[in-house]
Design a binder for this molecule. Structure first.
Ligand code: NAD
Length: 433
């Protein structure tokens, strides 16, 4: 099929590249001229494991095209994917302005029947809204369908997730659109779950809110564990054997971040508020998460006392390993907390350094490796569990530090070994400091 992807970010680029690999011809369209120029030169603007190889392979097969001309890109396609951002607005709701602009552009360029697929995360009712905007901007005799097809890929393993999804959700009442979407996804051999658009839209928010709830729950349990002397790692493992609970998303840490959970939880709570339901469970999930991020800064103060003019080393800036995405990363909150109190911050991340530069400017000193972070530091905080941080020579790290305080917010190191090496080690929910 001929596919047009409007919005060539994390989701659009992965979706289009993978659909190209499945044998389709894909036109990537974005308003970001720099992004499209880079892609034309085979330069991928994001870090995502495995993406480069598939991208190059399909680029060379001539299956991937790039454009800033939305009208032309839409006109050439059978299926048009909307994959633009839906950030939170001032009220916490999803900002649909990018989706609306794209819908009107699609309407204006509609030249024959097309399936318009909304892959962006959008509140219930957006399929209807997109349909209305496309209709208002198109000629009345051209037919089209709008499908809600939320995306569940995770940054860091996005290609793997796209190619092997737990399920593909298709929200539409149109048989013709279901046939097109089924044909498109058929090579993945995944379970296809068809529902009405409203339920499809809600599946995405409910899934993200549930996963965020699991994270806040285990973080709350971790804090109780610390208070009573239990080890949350043993607790989570013991809980996870129960099939009703399962082992996933029971990893304590510095709170969830990234471009999805924070904004999607807020948007769902706002939708509920707007419809007269106070979703106080979800509001508590968000509050636990904000508190968790701030707790890390407080732990540093508990260890060092006043942090003014102390040197704090940060290992990891991305919101999780295997991505360069720092949006809503716990590291940002921790850095700001310590910076406001006068600490000097040194930081290193294997991939996300360029992205942090654009946000924090001169607030922190970025260094070339993990050992440079340790050199002269009074405390080191591990915030992203990159594999390379698990494999450091911690004896060397300790010998470089001015004081031996170490906070492992991902519980990825062995507390006994760290103590044997002479660190004053604190994990999350692994007994008191
Ligand atoms: P992103 O910010 O990385 O990319 C969005 C792209 O859309 C940008 O390149 C931007 O320039 C482009 N854009 C904006 N307006 C445009 C227009 N009028 N025409 C063409 N291009 C335009 O966003 P993302 O992280 O890929 O997320 C996209 C959507 O997918 C969001 O709704 C998000 O919630 C959802 N989602 C994201 C993830 C994820 O892990 N990032 C996972 C699942 C779902």
């Amino acid at each position: 099929m001929k596919i047009c992807i409007i919005g060539t970010g994390y989701v659009g680029l992965v979706t289009g590249t993978c659909l190209g690999d499945l044998g389709n011809e894909v036109i990537f369209c974005d308003i970001d001229v720099g992004k499209i120029s880079s892609l034309k030169e085979k330069k991928i603007p994001i870090y995502e494991p495995g993406l480069r190889e598939i991208f190059i392979r399909n680029f060379e097969r001539g299956r991937l095209l790039f454009s800033t001309d939305t009208a032309d890109s839409v006109a050439r396609a059978d299926v048009v994917f909307i994959t633009v951002g839906t950030p939170e607005d001032e009220s916490g709701a999803a900002d649909l302005s990018y989706v609306k602009v794209v819908a009107s552009e699609i309407g204006k360029s509609l030249n024959r029947y097309k399936v318009i697929v909304n892959k962006s995360t959008v509140p219930v009712g957006t399929s209807r809204l997109v349909k209305r905007i496309v209709r208002e901007n198109s000629s009345a005799d051209i037919d089209f369908d709008v499908v809600s097809n939320p995306e569940f890929l995770r940054e860091g393993c996005a290609v793997e997730d796209f190619m092997n999804p737990d399920r593909v959700v298709i929200g539409t009442g149109s048989k013709r659109a279901i046939e097109t979407m089924t044909k498109l996804y058929e090579p993945l051999k995944a379970d296809i779950f068809v529902s009405n658009p409203e339920s499809a839209e809600m599946i995405k928010y409910a899934s993200n809110a549930f996963l965020a709830t699991k994270i806040s729950f285990i973080n709350a349990i971790a804090n109780v564990c610390s208070a009573v002397g239990a080890d949350v790692e043993r607790v989570a493992k013991g809980m996870g054997f129960d099939k009703r609970i399962g082992p996933h998303f029971l990893e304590p840490g510095p709170g969830y971040g990234g471009s999805c959970f924070p904004k999607d939880c807020k948007a769902l709570a706002k939708t509920a508020d707007d419809h007269g339901y106070d979703f106080y469970l979800l509001k508590a999930v968000m509050r636990v998460n904000e508190d968790q991020k701030r707790l890390i800064g407080k732990w540093v103060e508990e260890m060092l006392g006043d942090v003014k003019d102390k040197q704090i080393g940060i290992l990891g800036l991305a919101f999780k390993p295997e991505t360069d995405d720092i949006r809503e990363s716990a590291a940002l909150t921790v850095l700001q907390y310590l910076k406001q109190r006068g600490a000097n911050i040194l930081a290193y991340d294997p991939i996300a350094m360029n992205n942090i530069k654009s946000v924090l400017n001169d607030d922190i000193r970025l260094v070339a490796n993990a050992y440079d972070v340790a050199e002269g530091s009074d405390a080191v905080i591990l915030l992203t569990h990159w594999e390379e941080f698990k494999k450091l020579e911690y004896g060397k790290v300790k010998s470089l530090m001015r004081q031996p305080f170490f906070i492992d917010t991902r519980n990825c190191l062995d507390p006994d070994e760290m103590e044997r090496l002479g660190f004053v080690y604190r994990g999350v929910g692994r007994g008191a400091c």
